[in-house]
Write a protein that binds this ligand. Structure first.
Ligand SMILES: *Cc1c(COP(=O)(O)O)cnc(C)c1O
Length: 370
């Protein structure tokens, strides 16, 4: 029945865990300290649990996520590695997190108060990373708050409610030769000195992410939080995602036939059109339509007309195709197919946004294991 299965399968996302493993090893080899594998947003759409296991088996020392919910998903799957969650509202269920041995970033006095009171209620010591902003005005504490935050964290440490195990920040332009990287590094060192002055002895200082791992060795400190790189975003790394879709219908049209919503595209000649059962609800950016293509056995097939929510039409030209044939929407590019980065360029965005926008109804499969 395999031919029936092949012809009835819908769009499928294949995650190559060998590529993730090879990226983790490559990044591990670049940094002096440890690698925190960032598996937020369902590991950029690759599947948080499978990526976490693969990363830990290939040299990552800990896991990083944005939210507590994401951290708990990892614990529920049986992962026992260190997990750091850095983006939570003051009202988050910190007590639940502490019971599951989740570490938290502390970006404000209000967060510290919420975490210490959760520690008191659960009779635990919270392991925290003080999160400082060193030049992107986004998610850490502003410089004017550092001294008070460190002093308060030290007081909570003396009461046995928290242990400050890290100081963290983030760089906005580490992929370019940009002065903000050196400014950020110096500001980070200022924060570390203030932490020491307050009596704290954080063992893990971490500032950089993927671009810092690749381009800014003097920002590596004790650990680098690597997200994008795991998924092949970055010079020399391997993309891990392949998206394929079956042709579910073919029609012949004459030159000038308008296609799709808005009738924005007309057949440039007599041609055949193929229908693919995926669209922007599955994560294909509608903006890319006018310039994007997919491939069928190395042949590029341009998108014909507007990408719909669930459907996309491609122009077959003289390409020989049957219903049931599988087209490649993107892959690692090794067989001439587009990559996620191509789709990102076509849609005037970055590959991260394409990866995290892939829809829940795509069937996901894994190639290889940790
Ligand atoms: C997303 C994120 C990372 C990972 O960044 P990449 O560029 O994907 O490696 C690291 N740290 C923080 C605070 C983040 O939000």
């Amino acid at each position: 029945m395999s031919s029936l299965t092949a012809t009835t399968a819908g769009p499928r996302l294949t995650v190559d865990l060998d590529a993730v493993a090879s990226n983790v090893r490559a990044l591990r080899g670049l940094v002096a300290g440890s690698v925190v594998a960032v598996v937020k947003a369902d590991a950029f759409g690759h599947g948080a649990v499978a990526v976490a296991r693969t990363a830990l088996a290939n040299g990552a020392s800990a896991l990083g996520v944005a939210t507590l919910t994401e951290a708990i998903e990892l614990r529920d799957a049986g992962l026992t590695a260190r997990v750091l969650s850095w983006l939570n509202p003051v009202s988050a269920a910190f007590e639940t997190g502490l019971r599951r041995d989740i570490q938290f970033a502390v970006p404000s006095l209000a967060h510290l108060a919420a975490i210490t009171s959760a520690a008191k209620r659960s009779a635990r010591t919270a392991e925290v990373h003080v999160h400082v902003d060193t030049g992107m005005a986004r998610d850490g504490a502003s410089r004017s708050e550092w001294a008070a935050l460190f002093a308060e964290a030290r007081r909570a440490e003396r009461e046995g409610l928290v242990r400050v195990v890290g100081v963290m920040s983030h760089l906005p332009c580490a992929g370019e030769q940009h002065p903000s990287t050196e400014h950020g590094r110096r500001a980070f060192l200022d924060a570390v000195h203030l932490a020491h002055d307050a009596g704290l002895r954080p063992a893990t200082l971490h500032l950089g992410a993927t671009q810092a791992a690749l381009n800014a060795p003097d920002t590596h400190f004790d650990a680098v939080r690597v997200g994008a790189g795991l998924y092949g975003i970055g010079e020399g790394l391997r993309p891990a995602l392949t998206l394929t879709a079956p042709i579910i219908g073919i029609r012949s049209v004459s030159r000038g036939t308008p296609v799709g919503y808005g009738l924005t595209w007309r057949a440039p000649r007599d041609t055949r059109l193929a229908l693919l059962p995926l669209g922007y609800a599955d994560g294909l950016p509608r903006l890319a339509g006018p310039v994007a293509h997919v491939t069928l056995r190395d042949r590029p097939l341009p998108i014909a007309g507007t990408i719909s929510m669930d459907q996309t039409v491609v122009d077959l030209g003289d390409c020989d195709a049957q219903p049931g044939d599988e087209v490649t929407v993107f892959g690692d590019g090794s067989e001439g197919e587009p990559t996620v980065s191509d789709w990102a360029a076509w849609a005037n965005t970055i590959p991260h946004e394409i990866m995290t926008g892939l829809g829940a109804r795509l069937e996901r499969r894994y190639r290889s294991a940790p």
